[in-house]
Design a protein around this ligand. Sequence first.
Ligand SMILES: Cc1cc2nc3c(=O)[nH]c(=O)nc-3n(C[C@H](O)[C@H](O)[C@H](O)COP(=O)(O)OP(=O)(O)OC[C@H]3O[C@@H](n4cnc5c(N)ncnc54)[C@H](O)[C@@H]3O)c2cc1C
Length: 436
Amino acid sequence: MPVLLKKELGVVENSYYEATVTRPPAQPSLTQRLQADVCVVGGGYAGLSAALELAERGYSVVLLEAQRVGWGASGRNGGQVIVGFGSDGEEAIERQFGLQDARRAWDISVDAIRLLQRRIARYGIGCEWRTGYLSLATKPRKAQELRRWMDRVQSTYDYPLQWVDNGALRQWVDSARFHSAVFDAGSGHLHPLKYCLGLAAAARGAGARIFENSPVFVVERGRRPVVRTAQGECACDFVVLAGNVYLGEYGDAIAPEVCSRIMPVGTYMIATERMAPQRAAALIPSRCAASDTNFILDYFRLSDDHRLLFGGGDSYTGTTPRNLIGQIRRSMMGVFPQLKDLEVAHAWGGFVDITMNMAPHFGRLGANVYFVQGFSGHGLALSGMAGLMVAEAIAGQAERFDLLARIRHLPFPGGALMRTPALVLGMWYYRLRDAL
Ligand SMILES: Cc1cc2nc3c(=O)[nH]c(=O)nc-3n(C[C@H](O)[C@H](O)[C@H](O)COP(=O)(O)OP(=O)(O)OC[C@H]3O[C@@H](n4cnc5c(N)ncnc54)[C@H](O)[C@@H]3O)c2cc1C
């Protein structure tokens, strides 16, 4: 069994999101030889979005998912739909591109949220979408950094943000843990798995053929690539690799040059039991999604059925922490000690795909194999946009895709074997920095 999947056993099972959806019957697995214009590998937001956009443009599309649609990060995440790129990503883009192109890249991240909202409306996806997001500083030094970030984003990208000072903060989040915050009215939150299943239904409706329980082991590159599963294959003109951190787990030969540039970082979530609606509303009166600005961050929001969904506790070793519930619950109590009587009803986790510089990693292998990955904690909106941009590129309009594909990425030091110890060392440094 692939290594990451083994590490995940047990943490996927009790997800709040899986418990609150009704999945349609499984799609068949691929057992035949098919022809298609495009074969997409991976049924998360990125792959489904590419399949949807391509099918709507008249391409014949086959999507192959190793497990069930939304089984990966797209069905398990914090639900926070956030503008911009991973923590250091914006600066990496500014350094590499200069301001004019960095502005174009930022606008793509803003468009990503608009695209998500358009899709929710157009396909009638009931996924509990709400606007409003808070970045929270835990101490004065973090507040100064946050203020500088806000000023830079407002002046460089002309993106509206609002400062919330210490005196006003409790009207937004009822916690003494935070010093101040930035409010972003353009970002928001939703039920990630409902959104993902809605995208899958839209892609099927547009004519994409989706196969589940169909892991791809080999992609034979060439003028007309062939994508192989254990019992079937698909010959196509274009391949889209959207397998996230799992891609290399199924076959070393699929795209090793791509897999070494992202690192799977474990992050874990709990959902409390339900609260009375007034109690939940008093906890986060703004109903915003929220996360602190620490490198190893806590993130939280209310669900529509009045639970607190709380995440954090990144694991850079890839192994699920022992006493997972106890650990995340302790972090939650650090923020909301008033919840000490509440039981934890669900706990789950998964891997975030981070790159060295926290900017997304897009590109082509040869002329006809596209890949999108490395969303570095900002994938909810951006991965959907990535799917659209791949479709645009295949259809001959590659400006937006090529802009982000220009971002240079280094592989993690030590390659697939040594990248984990190297990163664990790096994490101790960041842990120390957060604590100062
Ligand atoms: C716990 C958690 C919290 C997060 N919180 C947030 C958040 O609040 N906001 C945010 O923006 N981002 C968040 N993220 C990250 C975000 O969820 C991801 O960036 C995004 O979902 C990536 O989408 P994707 O389609 O690239 O990958 P995935 O959703 O992981 O989909 C990839 C799919 O490809 C399939 N696959 C892989 N290899 C193969 C193969 N060889 N053959 C067939 N199928 C294959 C996998 O089974 C999987 O279903 C979080 C992630 C986690 C795990």
